[in-house]
Design a protein around this ligand. Sequence first.
Ligand code: BGC
Length: 748
Amino acid sequence: MKHLSLAWTLLAAAGITFSACQSQQASSPKGNPLMAHEDEITEIIAGMSLEEKVNMLHAKHMFSSAGIERLGIADIEYADGPFGIREEMEPDSWMPLGWSTDSATFFPTGSALAATWSEDMAYQYGKGMAAEAYLRGKDMILGPAINIQRLPTGGRTYEYLSEDPLLSGALAVGYTQGAQDNGRAVCLKHYAVNSQENMRGFINSVVSERALREIYLPPFEAAVREANAYGVMAAYNKVGGDWCSENDRLLNKILRDEWGFRGIVISDWGGTHSTVKAALGGLDVEMPSDRYFGQALIDSVKAGVVPEEVINQKVRNLLRVRLTVPAVPKEVANKQMTSQPAQQQIAYEVASRSIVLLKNEGLLPIDAQKVKTIAVIGDNATRRMAQGGVGAGVKALYEITPLQGLQTALEGTGITVKHAQGYIVPGRMRRNDKNAAAKAKEVEATNKKLAKEAVALAKEADLVIFVGGDNREVETEGSDRKDIDLPAGQNELIQAIAQANPNLVTVMVVGAPVDLRTVNDCTKSLLISWFNGSEGGHALADVLTGEISPSGKLPFTFPAKLDDSPAYSLGVYPQEQPAASGDVFVNLVNRDKFRAEMKADADYAEGILVGYRWYTTKQVKPLYPFGYGLSYTQFQYSDLQAKPGKDAIEVSFTLNNAGGMDAEEVAQVYIARPQSAIERPAIELKGFKRIALKKGESQTVSLSIPLEKLRHWDEAQNGWALEEGPAVVYVGCSSDNLPLKQNINVAR
Ligand code: BGC
């Protein structure tokens, strides 16, 4: 028998067994449609010149890469993504073409989708995106965006799904299957550890291997292993000192060798930095130019520094996608309007399950017997959120605002709805804007006037619905927020409104956490209704009027204050930002020199304690915890049975809708390992299920939790390990409300 190392012996004594080969091996994804054309592809490649091959490996235009014209193999057409098909732009600029048929459905953004906690909704969402991509002649959707929401201030939190890898992964799988079952490819983005926008163009993410494996990679891994995602976008940042677009470890070793990825890796726009290193490091397509993967790549092959076999493999990857996702016939593409009723219905279904009720002291649903006049106050009551800020937006065919939704829903009820804007959020100022001070003064004066009008309207009404929060200028790609304060003096405004009329319902339209302490104190009912897509206003009105019961659950924690959150509390974020930095799009001319000089590390010092893992372990009380969300009905949980088996823990319990209304509930299963030999979060989400129950109905709910999901990454052994021994299974309706509990023993 071989000698075990001391560390190994100690771990074995502690009941930790390793399953390294299981995790390290490339599982060739079963039935991967990408693998159906290998012989044909070999033949095609054999007949191609080097120039023809390299021609496929970079952008043809801003959103396309070339096919092989001679063989009638079409270009690949890419489309942003992730929450609607982006409008058509000039081939080589960001200038919209102003077409009349490219208005798309605006789907609820990432955090809204995640708030549904529904793989089925994610599937429908992917299906809807695929249908509209097809109508627009697009092959690959640049989405879903599945980075972990690490920072409350993160600029793209609204696009991303969750702070939890299991929830993010399950929804990424749903989205991917929905899109790809319906004939279009996804492109998972941004791989990997791109959890901040500030300095994303040159920051190096320094993250422990354990956190990488347990927190940041699982959503990507799930969508690759379980759903055979056809595309992956390499992120702008570096990980472990290497740009993601030339990161041999991330792209070759982990994505392809370990997970068995067979599709294409494309760079984020402008995120390629070399020819040889990127070619050998696993990048297939440079977007949106040919700076490194054009003539320079041909020269590198001729010089013998990039083997032609590497080029052949990239062409193979591309052809796999091209032959699996047939090009949209010319006579079909762009012949009808992109947004169609079937997708609008999906947008509604998602939105109506995403709205989270945080607090309800009797005002909701609106009582039509008591309420005759409603004052709807707030800029977000009428603001459209499909576009704004930097980055992909949707030219929405239509977007029902909260005010429109309410007006339509209350038509004919005798209830009068009046609106006051209440505040405006100042637009983004240019750096060094000479008129900045004057403009700020002007906004301040306007806001004073608007506040006065709003308070006067509040006094006249039976019920006030304040619709505030952020907007798409505030939460945006390219920069993180400086803080999580509500913009434009909304706290002061809401206090004044509450004084004028205590019957106050607040609707927060946000895609990320905001500081809700003031709002929470002075409002009786509080909801989060997200950047909720074309049908957002209808969904909100249906919840407010009680047509449906709210059933969304928070996909991230609302901390009481920003400093409570892990990276802020540890002082590792924000990093000092060099004065001349800005977004990746600035300084394009001297880009390489600029990037070489700009060195900065993002220290992911909290390790695996991201999101609720931090708050529960460090016992820091958030304002509203992960998984939280109320209903108009009452759900009762009972009869938990958790049976550990050889491969899975079989969990079952009874859920009863004990209230007076049909409704849906998201039941959540968390597991704790109280006597663990290693660092563990207090609890971790290991399963969840959305269940629809009629009033009075009971159901036995069953869930199977694969033991695989209980493994941790053992850094010493560089592999996954399953710790045997005691565990506690908790079941309930949120991370802080888990009424059912059972001790079990985990053993293989
Ligand atoms: C974003 C990507 C997007 C690409 C093309 C980049 O700035 O990071 O998410 O797909 O632009 O619009």
